[in-house]
Ligand binder design. Structure first.
Ligand SMILES: NC(=O)c1ccc[n+]([C@@H]2O[C@H](COP(=O)([O-])OP(=O)(O)OC[C@H]3O[C@@H](n4cnc5c(N)ncnc54)[C@H](OP(=O)(O)O)[C@@H]3O)[C@@H](O)[C@H]2O)c1
Length: 285
């Protein structure tokens, strides 16, 4: 089988390539992005740019299965257009089975909501792909680590409301994606890659505090105050809006979902959040 990975040079894409290479099966793997020269040894790199749809016919030629990993572009409308371009390119190139990475809690939302790009992608995929699967990811544990490092000075994690999130490590999402790509029986399925339990804001702050030995709280602040703080810190408007949009998803319970899909698809249980955090945050002995 020839398996393409779109977004292969990114964090998740690299992890998917590693997981595919670790699984036997004699499949040929193709790494697709704007930087095909980053493909690891043993993997063919191909240029494919969602913003230049004319590049996609060659990028996707001959693929049996294609994983589409959306970009991290937070400008309103951009990622949605890229997702549509990728799916149309794949269908036009005759890819037999297209797998889309999407987000937990995806539902009908309009731009500039951060989830609109995933909603548009899922809808286009389901409507047009000959065979499709969606893998919705919960919130990255690695993004929580970034948040902890950015919040260290203020001594608290902040949100617009209490919430529950089933943080999942990127490597576990990658394992699920790889298992799905080489496995059978997943056509027409929507999976949720999640951690094994949810954590409230207060629970994750307490867990981090325990790991680092430094006090850390969880505070709720009105969305406008959070937004103003980010603008004051120099973040561009669209990034501040994207963060508020993610916070709204948290508050709505969009990430409050736990499944066994990582183990089912990836063949191993998801890593415990404590272990992922400890590996990154534990003070040197
Ligand atoms: N659930 C969560 O908590 C969470 C957290 C962070 C990110 N995410 C999302 O998860 C997805 C993957 O994350 P990641 O960390 O792997 O992102 P990443 O490291 O930024 O990777 C993005 C990939 O997209 C490629 N790309 C960018 N622009 C492109 C274009 N115009 N055409 C084709 N490829 C393009 C990049 O490659 P080149 O630049 O080499 O082309 C790269 O391979 C993104 O949608 C991101 O927003 C989710």
């Amino acid at each position: 089988m020839i398996i393409g990975v779109g977004g292969a040079s990114g964090n998740l894409g690299q992890a998917v390539l590693r997981e595919l290479q670790a699984r036997a099966g004699g499949h040929k793997v193709i790494a697709i992005s704007r930087t095909p020269e980053t493909a690891p040894a043993g993997v063919e790199g191909r240029l494919g740019d969602y913003d230049k749809p004319e590049t996609l016919a060659e990028a996707y030629a001959g693929l049996d299965r294609l994983l589409l990993i959306p970009t991290s572009d937070m400008r309103p409308g951009v990622r949605g257009d890229q997702n549509i371009a990728g799916i149309r390119g794949a269908v036009a190139a005759g890819v037999k089975h297209v797998v889309l990475i999407s987000a937990a809690g995806t539902r009908q939302q309009e731009e500039p909501a951060i989830g609109a790009s995933y909603w548009r992608g899922e809808q286009e995929l389901i409507r047009t792909a000959p065979k499709w699967t969606v893998l919705r990811m919960n919130y990255y544990a690695e993004s929580l680590i970034d948040e902890v490092q950015m919040s260290a000075a203020q001594g608290a994690l902040a949100g617009i409301a209490e919430n529950r999130v089933a943080f999942v490590s990127r490597d576990d999402i990658a394992a699920a994606a790889a298992g799905l790509l080489i496995g059978d029986g997943h056509v027409g399925a929507i999976y949720n890659a999640t951690g094994s339990r949810t954590y409230t804001g207060a629970e994750r702050a307490a867990l981090i505090s325990e790991i680092t030995g430094k006090p850390l709280g969880y505070i709720t602040v009105p969305a406008e105050a959070l937004r103003a703080g980010m603008i004051q810190a120099g973040l561009p408007d669209f990034v501040a809006n994207a963060v508020i949009s993610i916070q709204s998803n948290f508050a709505d319970g969009a990430l409050d979902i736990v499944t066994g899909d990582i183990e089912k698809l990836g063949g191993r249980p998801p890593k415990d959040l404590r272990d992922v955090l400890a590996a990154a945050l534990k003070p040197a002995a």
